[in-house]
Ligand binder design. Structure first.
Ligand code: ATP
Length: 297
C-alpha cells in the first residue's frame, strides 16, 4: 500500500481521470514531464549534459519516517550500462525517483556531469532522461499520440522512425487504423510486449542521453521477448543506462553491476567478478534471475 504513493504508480492511474475528457493532451504532456510539480531553485541553470555520467554521493533518503537509502554512493558511468540488483525494498526504484527529482534526498547529492541536479531546472533535467518501466503508462489515445508523448513537437517522420527502431512499426500497421488505432485504457488493446515496444518508441523519440530502465518481470512469449530485447539494445546504444535488472542476460552484459542491500551499496563489479566473490550477488543470482536460456553462469 505504501507503494501507492509512488509517482510512477500514481501516473499509471491517471487515465481514469484523463478519459473523462476533462484533461487535455497538453496537460497530459505536462503531467508526464512535471509530476509532481517541483519548484526550481532560485536562479536554477539549465542542465548541460556532455558525457552523461550520473553520480550519487552519500545520499540519505526516507519516505517520511521510512528510511530507504542510508548514505548511498555510486556512479553510473557515461555511455555505459549499469545494472542495479538487490532484493525487494533495497532501494533500486528510489534511485530512479531521486534522479528524476520526484523527491529530493535529505542529504547528499546527485550530480549529472558534475552539476548538482537540485540546482538545475526540473524541465531541463527531465528532458535529458527517458524512463522505461514495467508499467510505463499508455493513455487511451491513438498509438501515434502515445509515442509522441516522448517529444510532443516531433514530426510524423520522427515518430515512424522511433516506432521502427522500437520494432513496433509492423504490429502497429497491422492494427485496424494503424497509427490512429486507439491503445485502449492503460494500453488494454495491446499485448504486454506491444505495450513495452510503444514505451520504447516513446523513449527513442525522446532521445535523451540518460536512460532509466526497469526490466519487466512478467514473461513474454519468445518472439515478443526477442523483439523487446533487440529494441532495448538499440535504445541503450550510446546512452548512460541504469537498469533495474531482472534477467541474467542483462547482468551478464552490464559494464558494471551495483548490488544494493537495505539502502546501501553492498558490492560492485561485473558478473564474473561478483559471482566468483560468492557473496550477496551470487545468492541473488541463484535465486532471482529469470532464466530464459537455462545456463546459470
Ligand atoms: P522492488 O524490487 O521491490 O521494487 P526496490 O529495491 O526498488 O524494491 P524501493 O522501491 O526503492 O526498493 O524501496 C526502498 C524502501 O522504501 C522500501 O522499504 C519501500 O517499502 C520504501 N518505499 C518505496 N517507495 C515508497 C513510498 N512511495 N512511500 C513509502 N515508502 C516507500
Amino acid at each position: 500500500l505504501l507503494l501507492a504513493y509512488d509517482p510512477a504508480k500514481r501516473l499509471a492511474r491517471l487515465h481514469v481521470n484523463l478519459n473523462n475528457g476533462l484533461v487535455g493532451v497538453k496537460l497530459m504532456y505536462e503531467l508526464i514531464d512535471d509530476v509532481p510539480a517541483l519548484r526550481d531553485a532560485p536562479g536554477a541553470a539549465e542542465l548541460n549534459v556532455s558525457r552523461g555520467e550520473v553520480r550519487y554521493t552519500d545520499v540519505h533518503f526516507a519516505y517520511g519516517e521510512r528510511p530507504a537509502l542510508h548514505g548511498l554512493t555510486l556512479t553510473a558511468q557515461a555511455g555505459k550500462m549499469t545494472a542495479l540488483v538487490g532484493s525487494s525494498g533495497a532501494g533500486k526504484s528510489t534511485l530512479f525517483s531521486l534522479v528524476e527529482r520526484f523527491y529530493d534526498p535529505q542529504s547528499g547529492s546527485i550530480e549529472i556531469d558534475g552539476q548538482d541536479i537540485s540546482k538545475v531546472t526540473v524541465a531541463s533535467l527531465r528532458r535529458n532522461i527517458a524512463m522505461v518501466t514495467q508499467d510505463t503508462i499508455l493513455f487511451d489515445m491513438t498509438i501515434r499520440e502515445n509515442i509522441a508523448l516522448g517529444r510532443p513537437e516531433a514530426s510524423e517522420e520522427d515518430i515512424l522512425q522511433a516506432a521502427q527502431d522500437a520494432n513496433a512499426h509492423e504490429f502497429i500497421i497491422a492494427q485496424p487504423g494503424g497509427y490512429d488505432a486507439m491503445a485502449g485504457e492503460g494500453g488494454s488493446r495491446l499485448s504486454g510486449g506491444q505495450r513495452q515496444r510503444i514505451a520504447i518508441a516513446r523513449a527513442m523519440l525522446r532521445n535523451a542521453p540518460i536512460l532509466l530502465l526497469d526490466e519487466a518481470t512478467s514473461a513474454l512469449d519468445a518472439e515478443s521477448e526477442a523483439k523487446v530485447q533487440s529494441a532495448l539494445t538499440r535504445l541503450m546504444q550510446g546512452r548512460t543506462t541504469l537498469v533495474i535488472a531482472h534477467r541474467l542476460a542483462t547482468v551478464r552484459d552490464a559494464d558494471e553491476i551495483h548490488v544494493m542491500d537495505r539502502g546501501r551499496l553492498a558490492e560492485s563489479g561485473n558478473h564474473a567478478e561478483l559471482y566468483a566473490a560468492d557473496g550477496i550477488y551470487r545468492r541473488l543470482c541463484d535465486l532471482q534471475f529469470r532464466e530464459p536460456d537455462q545456463a546459470k553462469v
